[in-house]
Design a protein. Structure first.
Ligand code: FES
Length: 157
């Protein structure tokens, strides 16, 4: 039996590369484009730096869904970082499926000039999180501050 997902405010953690997706997100904000305030961004130099453990840490921090977004194929400033990230995301999806978090992770490519696509990505993941309902590791309305700080610290190293 399919239960209707309860109404809640999903939390999306976005692990993005600074060169493309972050620039697009920044542009969307500057242009005052409207999109759900569900997303919190963690900025990486390149998505190639994102480890599977970071993705798991994002869920531990209480994310209902996690998105990874970097440069388009062929545009990575570190040549193949986005390709490596995609491999890790695909593997992480399998792990998440096994532990009951399937469907809550996706990878996107958003070019620096494509603010409208960023808006669509956030809307898509928000919709997905709404349909899936709150994640089992969710801890209230806010992200778990210590776990999020651990993740952000890893990014700085
Ligand atoms: Fe953007 Fe590598 S620099 S994904």
């Amino acid at each position: 039996m399919n239960l209707k997902p309860m109404k809640y405010n999903p939390k999306i953690l976005a692990l993005v590369c600074t060169y493309c997706t972050y620039t697009a997100a920044d542009m969307a904000g500057s242009a005052r484009m409207q999109y759900p305030a569900t997303v919190r961004i963690v900025k990486y130099l390149c998505t190639g730096r994102i480890d599977i453990l970071h993705i798991l840490k994002a869920f531990e921090a209480g994310a209902d869904a996690v998105l990874v977004s970097g440069c388009e194929a062929g545009s990575c400033h570190f040549l193949e970082g986005n390709l490596r990230a995609r491999e890790r995301v695909e593997y992480a999806k399998q792990l998440l499926e096994e532990i009951g978090l399937g469907g809550r992770l996706e990878m996107f490519e958003v070019a620096a000039s494509d603010a409208p696509k960023w808006v669509e990505v956030v809307k898509e993941m928000t919709q997905r999180a709404l349909e899936l309902g709150p994640a089992p590791l969710r801890r209230g309305q806010a992200f778990h501050p210590e776990t999020l700080a651990q993740l952000e610290k890893v990014v700085e190293t």
